[in-house]
Design a protein around this ligand. Structure first.
Ligand code: ADP
Ligand code: MG
Length: 701
């Protein structure tokens, strides 16, 4: 149960004067993204201003700059209502100060209301945009009109908020002010030394200061006020992750025992030696496996850095210790490809390996499942199909999730829940910037694969106008004669698989006229069997050109392929281009990538293509991608800013997330059940930032 001293924060906005069901709905939409949810005061208070109207310029009429927002003090002289039969003439009110006359103009005004607000002979403070009309100062529809007595209540710095349909700035503003009115002070959850060092104010005061700024600096994202609130958000997030992590780890981990014989056999069978990065990542994993805690590890490595080998070695260790391992890929094609690429190695050393996808025949599936349950399969590869209820492992020791960002957090938890003490290894090729790693995988340890396998040659990347297609085809023909293999990726048309497929089919047809049956085709609308046979024909048969949609984006591995053509490269995002290019340059032969574009190129598209020519460094590319597209897109979430975060800005609040991660872990180490005064305050924090699922974990023990 939420402690009652938080009630003023969680009261419905409906409890405020002037907020009825309709406006409450608009608030719900704006603040919680769903009209059906209840918008509460805390939601509104955490809605940060994006700008400010500065009314602090108080001036006399004669010197007031034209077009500026000013606040003037005037005496009301006369009302000039429009003639009764002509509503188009505005209602005007004349006023003056010592220096000049002022006209206030209202269209479609209610005379009675204005007479009450602006009585003749009285003094008023007026704030609004001042214009000069026929030479004289004029303000049309002033923003504020207040008496001398009420002047103190007029905000001289007025925050401006993001709005939604059905909600005006005025209404929002009033609701914010009313929410601040009876806000309770809360026991501090932040560390006092940190508060002192950063000169931070208490939470409720910080909220007041953001919504009732004292000076312009208060509204900057880098101000102590905003930093404090952002840090609250980071800490709530990292504390919740640390809690989850500690509970998962404590719950039944197994200290696995193995000698390393299987791994040694695999290493001996490999035609290459592992890179230093691979060896280090495997050592990290082995250290985790040997501990009596659950492993939660993320292996992050650019395309082609050899993640599959790392996964295989980890699987070998766990299998030698007597348990099973499973590896989940995001698509059927990838699952089968993983299977193909590890099958002969596994069989050579006696690992019993199988594949399970949604597209297996009923009979195959039944056989696989029964073998799995009996423990006759050591290593199972597959897709989402792996975490269906009917899939029962004899003893799943290690769950490996490849290309993680395609799966949700709950999916990776579901897979690891298939075994009592399943260790979890997640692999991603997306070079996710540090801040995002922390927000999404803050509960995981990270191993980085920074090296590429030895002997890789740089990929010669060029851009070429689509108009020169015939020339390209001619040159490709020469390369094909010399036995080269080539991917040809077709344009992404909208978000439609059907249109993608058509584009690919068209290109396939034209290339077929030149290259005959040396061309193969794969796209998302083909059946699994069709895809597989096309891939096999390309990988091991005599097909040399594979026309494809972005189904080949992730993970496809044909080391002999050395040319990548990307048609309409200007339509792809930078991360996607990088992923695609990573399909070549995997062997020791020189490779090239041709980015076919259709001009004229926009600014962003040109920068993207230039970046591709300039570097193969996934981290540099990811950073440029962030800059060009906004952070959300890197994870495919299409929002800007940190997904799920409202107060934290990756630029302005650099470093806060790391600080919060360290602190979150420290708190959980020293006070795992969040007890005592600080513990209770930290629970408040989790409630305020809607991280209370974590509190439920505390109770479950
Ligand atoms: P990714 O990290 O993109 O998943 P893969 O695991 O698919 O990369 O590996 C890419 C290619 O590099 C594969 O053909 C794999 O066999 C090969 N490879 C992996 N490790 C090494 C290594 N240490 N030396 C040479 N080639 C390697
Ligand atoms: Mg891979």
């Amino acid at each position: 149960m939420r402690p009652s001293h938080l009630n003023s924060y969680f009261a419905s906005l409906m409890s405020l004067k002037g907020v009825g069901p309709k406006i409450a709905q608009a608030f719900a939409k704006l603040l919680r993204g769903d009209v059906l949810l209840e918008a509460r005061r805390i939601d509104l208070l955490l809605h940060m201003p994006v700008g400010v109207i500065d009314r602090s310029l108080q001036s006399d009429l004669a010197t007031a700059p034209e077009g500026a927002i000013v606040t003037v003090k005037v005496t009301i002289d006369k009302h000039l209502p429009p003639p009764r039969n002509n509503r188009r003439v505005p209602y005007r009110i004349l006023a003056h100060d010592e220096t000049d006359d002022l006209t206030l103009t209202y269209f479609h005004a209610k005379g009675g209301y204005l007479e009450k607000q602006l009585p003749v002979g009285e003094m008023r403070y007026i704030s609004g945009r001042l214009e000069r009309f026929n030479g004289g100062p004029q303000i049309t529809h002033p923003d504020h009109v207040v008496s001398e007595a009420d002047f103190a209540t007029m905000p001289l710095l007025e925050p401006v908020y993001p709005l939604t349909a059905g909600l005006s700035g005025k209404v929002l503003h009033k609701a914010v002010q009313a929410s601040l009115d009876d806000l309770e002070s809360l026991p501090e959850w932040q560390d006092q030394a940190l508060m002192d060092r950063e000169k931070w104010m208490p939470f409720d005061e910080a909220l007041r200061r953001v919504h009732l700024p004292h000076d312009l600096a208060d509204l900057e994202e880098t101000s102590p006020v905003r930093k404090r609130l952002a840090y609250d958000e980071c800490l709530a997030n990292q504390l919740a992750l640390a809690l989850v992590r500690s509970k998962v780890k404590k719950s039944a981990g197994i200290a696995r025992c193995w000698e390393g014989k299987l791994k040694a056999k695999l290493l001996a069978a490999l035609p290459f030696t592992l890179t230093g990065s691979q060896t280090e990542a495997i050592a990290d994993i082995e250290a985790d496996l040997a501990l009596p805690e659950r492993m939660l590890r993320l292996v992050q490595g650019d395309v082609g850095s050899g993640k599959t080998m790392v996964a295989l070695m980890a699987a070998a260790d766990v299998i030698e210790s007597g348990s099973q391992a499973a590896m989940m890929a995001p698509t059927d094609l990838l699952a089968r490809q993983h299977y193909q690429s590890v099958k002969s190695l596994c069989e050579a050393v006696g690992i019993r390996v199988a594949v399970l996808t949604g597209k297996d025949t009923a009979a195959t599936r039944r056989d696989t499942l029964s073998a799995l349950e009996k423990g006759d399969i050591d290593f199972l590869l597959g897709t989402h199909a792996l975490f269906q209820q009917t899939v029962v492992f004899a003893d799943l020791g290690l769950a490996i999730v490849d290309e993680q960002h395609r799966f949700g957090v709950h999916q990776r938890l579901t897979l690891s829940a298939k075994g009592e003490a399943t260790d979890l290894l997640v692999m991603t090729a997306t070079p996710i910037p540090r801040t995002l790693v922390l927000t999404h995988y803050g509960d995981m340890d990270v191993s980085l694969l920074t090296e590429k396998p030895a002997g890789r040659k740089p990929i010669d990347t060029r851009t070429m106008n689509l108009e020169r297609l015939p020339e390209l085809v001619q040159r490709l023909a020469q390369a094909i004669d010399q036995g080269v293999k080539c991917y040809w990726v077709c344009p992404l048309v909208e978000e439609s698989e059907l249109l993608d497929a058509t584009a690919a089919e068209d290109r396939y047809a034209t290339l077929k006229q030149v290259f005959g049956n040396k061309v193969e085709l794969v796209h998302g609308r083909m059946t699994s069997d069709e895809k597989r046979s096309a891939m096999e024909h390309f990988k091991d048969g005599d097909a040399q050109i594979l026309v494809a949609t972005t189904v080949i984006e992730v993970g496809v591995d044909v080391p002999e392929a050395t040319i990548m053509v990307i048609e309409h490269a200007e339509r792809f995002g930078l991360a996607q281009l990088h992923q695609l290019r990573g399909r070549v340059g995997r062997g020791d032969k020189a490779s090239s990538c041709i980015l076919l574009f259709k001009g004229p190129l926009g600014q962003v598209a040109r920068e993207r293509l230039n970046m591709m020519r300039e570097t193969e460094d996934g981290f540099r590319i990811a950073e440029a991608d962030l800059r060009l597209r906004g952070e959300g897109d890197v994870l495919g979430t299409k929002q800007s800013g940190l997904p799920g975060f409202r107060l934290t800005d990756p630029e302005a609040h650099k470093g806060l997330m790391e600080m919060a991660r360290t602190e979150g872990r420290l708190i959980i180490e020293t006070n795992p059940d969040l007890e005592g005064i600080r513990g209770a305050a930290l629970r408040d924090l989790l409630y305020l930032f809607s991280r209370d699922e974590a509190i439920r974990l505390l109770k479950a023990g």
